[in-house]
Design a protein around this ligand. Structure first.
Ligand code: IVH
Length: 707
């Protein structure tokens, strides 16, 4: 049970003592939330008490305490930021990028400590904005940005709006607050807050933020603190630069704990590790965990733990000799947008694709990125020739996160969305209210045909091995195939003579050759026996994925049965909604589709493929159907036994849906270590939470045994 506090009913005034007690309570709750990472009450409870305090202050302005949470936003917007000279400069840090450089660093530190394996304080490198906070006798008196390291900007008014930063320090047990404290740390925006902000901005209009880092920097440099306050920034401290009137522990890690005891939030990932081995393990561990954290980091910071050793080593002109930042491969880089191409998908959807000057990002070379649709181009206000921010995090496909507009030269060109299909010249249609534009060419469009064939031969469909995009492109381009069924009419000669390149004046085109051709024919032959679900999926009916195809195949004996089904009948199948049902009905109402199915499955004449579609064995009641069908799962935190992608895939293979956010309809939340806000949400909504052990048991129960 959360500790409750009696709040007088509306219209009931507080006494001065009660007012003061409430301010203390609010500050304690904020500390529990930000510093201890252990919320004591729901947000609504905090808000309720906050309103009481606010009302009391309105009535008795002389009661108002300087550390009241209402005092975080005050005063009018600034005209400009005053310059602040840092008494102790804000240093930067030496960067390293490889395991070799890490070994070098560990060796140097070992030598410095007299060839002992030294202890390090290993921390994450937060990707936000560095600030210095000055507390005098426990009261926050100034906050300044790093600036050039020597002179920064006075951002006190804005920093006061950050609830994670105490306006007043708490005396540590048995001690007093220091007379003077200069503490350094990072202001940043958590990912969930960033996403919430952008979701709202997209829905209701407002500034869309590029990434959490820019968001934090932009928010802190607002002249109006009210704007900063809305952005919900947070803070972690990592360095004690100066302190008077308080005895300090002799190691970095203990100093972090002291700062925490004073009420300042410290990052939860900090660890004491030993030697090169310990440093390597920490780096690897954090790299693994990176995606599941609720904030962006760009590496780890490794500091000699022993302060007297730190002091002996001192600083170069720019950086400490006792610490390094071991950077991760960057997840965001800037490159040039060379062009925008328009790809035509299997169902005619037109997808704009950014063609980029190749860059290394997120551990891979990237030369193109999807732009999703026309609205996205407008939202980004993208122009050809722009310098663009490319983001590639984890397994996620590369995205264009934003445009660096300051770098525009004036020579950039508008992106013109085509009115006609680049592959077949048919008109492009966009249904009002939909974001997707489609080529109206249907089966005359070679691009749709090519994508349709690639889907048809893919592993979950007909599983015809060897047909990569280059071969399919050549088959369509050289008109050896003009429909799916033509695939089965190919002979050895057709394939062997297929031209794989254009050739040139003095070079003949390269041909596929007999050996490969014979292999392809064998693969085609093998696919003539196919289970109904795979055949159905291969047809490429809109929104009928492998799982839906499986369900349909369990309900209907074959194509003839399915063709006869009405939309209402189809909707009785779980997972089939009215949109999918309508797509199925529409598909079978199209004479051209029926003709192709006829040719694929017929065997009477020369033009028929003779595919034999096998009905599925009827599962006995309760058996064989996917056990988690109709259930929706959400994943949060880091699982020890597998990545989240893998966990999601396994659940999907049991029929479950994976969703990115928790709602009352969520069946269960699978929770690993260091879960995000999804866990809190699940608890609030009373959604079932499954921890790793139970999750593995669930998989096992359904015959899945992940190694
Ligand atoms: S310590 C004297 N610890 O990295 C050393 N810095 O390249 C003081 N940063 O400007 C810095 N996380 O903004 C330290 N755990 C961490 C950090 C960290 C991020 C930033 C900081 C600084 C830059 C140095």
């Amino acid at each position: 049970m959360p500790p409750s506090i009696d709040v007088p009913g509306e219209n009931m005034s507080l006494s001065k003592a009660q007012y003061s007690e409430y301010v203390d309570t609010l500050n304690r709750w904020a500390q529990a939330y930000y510093v201890d990472d252990a919320p004591l009450v729901p947000d609504s409870e905090y808000d309720r008490l906050y309103r009481e305090v606010e009302a009391a202050e309105l009535e008795h302005s002389d009661w108002r305490r300087a550390d009241s949470p209402t005092q975080r936003v005050g005063g009018a917007p600034l005209k400009s930021f005053a310059a602040v000279t840092h008494a102790i400069p804000l240093m930067s840090m030496g960067d390293i990028f490889s395991a070799d450089e890490l070994d070098d660093f560990a060796r140097r530190m070992a030598e410095a400590s007299g060839n002992m394996e030294p202890e390090f304080c290993a921390e994450v490198k937060l990707d936000g904005l560095a600030v210095s906070l000055i507390y005098e006798n426990g009261v926050l008196v100034r906050a300044a940005t790093r600036g050039d390291g020597k002179v920064g900007e006075d951002v006190t008014a804005n920093v006061r709006t950050i609830r994670a930063i105490p306006l007043k320090l708490i005396p540590p047990k048995g001690g007093r607050v220091p007379e003077y404290l200069d503490v350094r740390g990072e202001v940043f925006m958590e990912r969930d807050k960033f996403n919430e902000w952008n979701e709202r901005a997209l829905k209701h209009g407002g500034k869309v933020l590029v990434n959490p880092r820019n968001a934090a920097a932009g928010s802190l440099r607002q002249l109006d603190p009210k704007v900063t306050a809305q952005r919900k920034l947070t803070f972690n401290c990592y360095y004690l630069a100066d302190c008077r009137g308080l005895e300090l522990p002799p190691a970095q890690y203990e100093r972090l704990q002291l700062l925490k005891a004073l009420g300042l939030p410290v990052n939860a990932e900090a660890r004491v590790v030993t030697g090169a081995e310990g440093l390597r393990e920490f780096y690897e561990g954090i790299l693994q965990k990176r995606e599941s954290l609720n904030y962006d980091i760009d590496g780890v910071v490794l500091k000699l733990n022993d302060i007297s050793l730190q002091e002996r080593l001192g600083f170069t002109a720019k950086v400490p000799r006792w610490a390094v930042a071991y950077k991760f491969p960057p997840e965001e880089v800037v490159t040039e947008l060379i062009d925008v191409e328009f790809q035509v998908g299997r169902t005619g959807q037109i997808t704009p694709v950014a063609k980029l000057k190749t860059v290394y990002v997120g551990g891979a070379n990237v030369s193109s990125a999807t732009l999703h649709n026309e609205d996205e181009i407008k939202r980004l206000d993208l122009k050809i020739g722009d310098q663009v921010i490319i983001r590639r995090a984890g397994d996620v496909i590369p995205q264009v996160a934003g445009v660096v507009k300051e770098r525009r030269q004036g020579t950039e060109r508008e992106v013109v969305f085509p009115t006609h299909c680049p592959a077949c010249g048919s008109a492009i249609e966009r249904v009002a209210g939909e974001t997707i534009a489609r080529c109206s060419g249907g089966l005359v469009c070679p691009a749709q045909l090519r994508e349709g064939i690639l889907h048809f031969v893919s592993r979950e469909a007909m599983d015809i091995e060897g047909f990569g995009s280059r071969i399919v492109e050549a088959l369509v381009g050289q008109r050896k195939i003009s429909s799916l069924a033509d695939l089965y009419l190919l002979n050895l000669e057709d394939l062997a003579l297929l031209q794989l390149d254009e050739g040139s004046a003095d070079k003949k085109p390269r041909l596929l050759g007999k050996v490969v051709a014979a292999k392809l024919l064998e693969a085609i032959q093998k696919s003539r026996q196919v289970p109904f679900n795979r055949f159905l999926y291969a047809l490429g009916i809109r929104e009928v994925g492998a799982v839906t195809a499986q369900l349909l195949a369990e309900h209907y004996r074959g194509i003839a049965d399915l063709k006869a089904a009405t939309a209402d009948e189809l909707k009785e199948i779980p997972e089939v909604g009215s949109v999918v049902a309508q797509h199925i009905v529409d598909f079978f109402a199209e004479p051209h589709n029926l003709e192709i199915i006829e040719r694929l499955t017929g065997s009477g004449d020369l033009f028929s493929a003779g595919i034999s579609v096998q009905p599925l064995d009827r599962p006995a009641a309760g058996e064989g159907t996917l056990p988690l069908l109709g259930q929706s799962f959400v994943l949060t935190g880091t699982l020890e036994s597998m990545g989240r992608t893998e966990a999601g895939r396994l659940l999907q293979s049991l029929g479950a849906k994976i969703s990115g956010s928790v709602s009352a309809k969520t069946s269960a939340v699978v929770c690993g270590a260091a879960p995000g806000s999804k866990l809190t949400k699940a608890q609030q909504l009373g959604v079932r939470v499954i921890y790793e052990e139970e999750f593995l048991a669930l998989l096992k129960e359904h015959g899945l045994n992940p190694a």
